[in-house]
Design a protein. Structure first.
Length: 158
């Protein structure tokens, strides 16, 4: 989808239907509507919520912050606006891990990244060490397998 002043109703409906079909195949509840997607998209201010790149007049995607495979809900509050590159790179990574990866690269703590760091009680400085093998730092709050089955309620949009 392209980010423009007027988001095409048909495109929003198709996008919602595609996400709903994916959730249904996985046997997960949650149903998105075109209106829910539009609200979420407009809240983002037209920037990738991961890397902060400007998406006005550019292609964008919607990313389940906590992926469906990790028990994330197919609801607007679990969606963020993402550039195609971030969405592909994130894949099934835990959101806190991907937040750290992007923060390390860009040095920008977007609202989403700040929220994830706060949610998982991670200091940005500590996050940087997660990927620095030389320090041998262990990231228990990110690697704990319990988090991979985390269930709602959570809300990445407020
Ligand atoms: Zn991005």
């Amino acid at each position: 989808m392209r980010y423009q002043d007027r988001l095409a109703e048909g495109a929003l409906g198709k996008y919602a239907a595609a996400l709903n079909a994916r959730a249904a195949r996985a046997g997960l509840p949650g149903r998105l509507t075109a209106d829910g997607l539009r609200d979420r998209i407009l809240e983002s201010g037209g920037r990738c919520e991961w890397c902060d790149v400007d998406l006005v007049d550019a292609e964008f995607e919607l990313d389940h912050v906590l992926s469906l495979k990790q028990g994330g809900a197919n609801e607007a509050r679990n969606l963020v606006l993402s550039c195609p590159d971030c969405n592909r790179r994130k894949g099934q990574k835990h959101p806190a891990r991907f937040a750290a990866e992007i923060f390390r690269e860009t040095g920008r703590e977007t609202k989403l990244i700040a929220r994830l760091f706060a949610r998982y009680e991670i200091e940005a400085a500590q996050q940087l060490a997660l990927f620095d093998r030389a320090t041998g730092a262990s990231p228990p709050s990110v690697d704990a397998s319990a988090e991979l089955t985390e269930v709602p309620p959570y809300n990445w949009t407020k």
